[in-house]
Ligand binder design. Structure first.
Ligand code: ZN
Length: 136
């Protein structure tokens, strides 16, 4: 991948993301610093990074076995929304991640993710040195 500031090639494991752009580590630090100086607070930035990894994980998700059209549409429209507008609502995240609450029939709302999705999410978080939990 190329760094969007200096144009150098960056090894996959060193790529850092911000606002949908890729950076090498040094340029990313600079971009984050500029964003901080521009007045966006650190908490918001961290929330944003968590959402970014959440969306990246969904992009990696194997949707080929999902037959439920509502789920397919929901995930793809949410990813599109993030790409266009840069946010995902808490409600949208809860639908995918679940909230552990029981419904009237006693079933726990465990969300739509499988072990592989959680593994991918942790791997991305590791690579980007971002803590993703709690995701919401
Ligand atoms: Zn760079």
């Amino acid at each position: 991948m190329k760094c969007s500031i200096c144009g150098k090639n960056v090894k996959d494991k060193n790529v850092r993301m911000l606002d949908g752009k890729s950076f090498g580590i040094e340029c990313w630090k600079q971009a984050v610093e500029e964003k901080r100086e521009a007045g966006l607070d650190v908490w918001k930035l961290k929330q944003y990074q968590k959402t970014l990894l959440f969306v990246e994980m969904l992009r990696m998700k194997d949707m080929s076995k999902i037959k439920n059209q509502f789920k397919l549409d929901f995930v793809s429209s949410m990813v599109n929304q993030f790409d266009l507008k840069g946010f995902v609502t808490k409600k949208q995240k809860v639908i995918i991640l679940g909230d552990g609450e029981r419904n009237q029939f006693g079933f726990v709302n465990a969300g739509w993710l499988n072990n592989k999705d959680y593994f991918n999410l942790e791997k991305l978080a590791d690579e980007h040195k971002v803590k993703v939990y709690p995701v919401i």
